[in-house]
Design a protein around this ligand. Structure first.
Ligand code: MG
Length: 379
């Protein structure tokens, strides 16, 4: 069923620590299973997407978001003849490096590291996801990390600065940092996960935004994609209103985007006809929306940025979340005895503290913050 440009587990570039093949699973299925059984994966359930984890039980968390990305990605992969198992593994791991409190936590940690003495290059969540699967998981007797295949690790490292890519190449000369120097693309499966990620969060942030009361349905009619899908739902079910109208609208938005992606990408693949996954990496990105959907998706993102991510109530919470992370960093670097004995501070204390904080769930970070400062920032 796989097209010639799909990643084939039998042709995998392998693992950093070579291992015999599993009796019943291919290499990418094995990666997926290792990810699902990891500690970092279980932590995703208590990590924020946009709304803090304690604000409500029905909001997306990093875990449910990752499952939605895997579902959307697999549907499209099957249709395009790409490798579903690889898409699933990348999707489930793509957010493992996220700090507590979403982007606010990441920004705060980045600033702490930049201000450290000696200054540190900073914090990137994509690089941290790779660090989780390469170094931080402690599950196997013979090595650190999950020892995933090259193709899964390549997909996890979605962005990387040149400086960090050069650092990675020192340890792994032709490894996953290479493409950021050469300016090539990751596999088509990785490209698909990136777009599935966008489709997932653009749709679920609308759902969560309305659920939280921060977005009103009337406002959403200024978003072209939403307005089209809402009219379509009303044309089919004239009496529809309230929650069911919202859900049916979002369902149609998801379908439209996924079908558009499949059509536009399918056409690009036919036109470029890459004879192998490696040939596809050397072409411009082939996984894409049509120009019209690209414009609608960009408009949707702008809408969410202005009306949800920059909503005064969201900003107010994220400002407090930022202080939690900055206070934790200051407390641990000022008094390393406050860290658990499992955190080894030896060579790079800033990095070890950042790894420890990045691994925290929202609620654990709040408990630690209370323990160390006596303050309660989120009553
Ligand atoms: Mg994501």
């Amino acid at each position: 069923m796989l097209k010639p440009y799909a990643c084939d587990p039998k042709q995998s570039r392998g693992r950093r620590y070579p291992q015999a093949a599993a009796p019943t699973r291919n290499e990418f299925q094995r990666d997926r299973d290792r990810i699902v059984h990891s500690t970092a994966f279980r932590r995703l359930v208590y990590k924020t997407q946009v709304f803090l984890n304690h604000e409500g039980d029905l909001f997306r968390t990093r875990l449910t978001h990752s499952l939605e990305v895997a579902q959307l990605g697999r549907s499209a992969a099957r249709e395009l003849g790409l490798n579903e198992d690889l898409v699933e593994a990348i999707a489930l791991a793509h957010d493992l490096g996220h700090t507590p409190f979403g982007h606010a936590g990441q920004d705060a940690l980045h600033e702490c590291l930049r201000a450290a003495h000696p200054p540190h290059a900073g914090f990137e969540h994509n690089l941290q996801s790779l660090r989780v699967v390469d170094c931080l998981e402690e599950r196997y007797p013979a090595y650190d990390g999950l020892n995933l295949s090259f193709e899964t690790r390549e997909g996890i490292l979605k962005h990387c600065s040149r400086r960090h890519a050069e650092q990675l190449l020192r340890y792994e000369p032709d490894g996953v940092g290479r493409r950021f120097i050469d300016g090539t693309q990751p596999s088509l499966e990785a490209q698909l996960c990136n777009l599935a990620d966008e489709i997932a969060y653009n749709a679920h942030d609308i759902d969560d935004g309305v659920r939280s009361g921060l977005l009103a349905l009337e406002q959403l009619d200024s978003v072209e994609l939403f307005a089209i899908c809402r009219q379509e739902a009303l044309a089919e079910f004239g009496q529809l209103g309230g929650r069911r109208l919202l859900f049916d609208t979002i369902r149609r938005m998801l379908s439209r985007q996924v079908y558009d992606l499949i059509d536009a990408t399918g056409a690009a693949l036919v036109a470029a006809a890459p004879p192998s996954p490696q040939a596809a990496r050397e072409l411009p990105p082939l996984v894409r929306f049509s120009a019209a959907m690209q414009a609608q998706s960009a408009q949707l993102k702008r809408f969410l940025r202005h009306n949800l991510y920059r909503h005064p109530q969201v900003i107010e919470t994220t400002d407090r979340a930022r202080s939690v992370v900055a206070d934790l960093y200051a407390a641990y670097s000022g008094d390393p005895a406050a860290l658990p004995s499992s955190v080894a501070l030896s060579a790079k204390p800033h990095r070890a503290i950042a790894d420890y904080i990045a691994g925290m769930t929202d609620r654990f970070a709040l408990r630690e913050h209370h323990r160390l400062t006596g303050e309660t920032l989120f009553p």
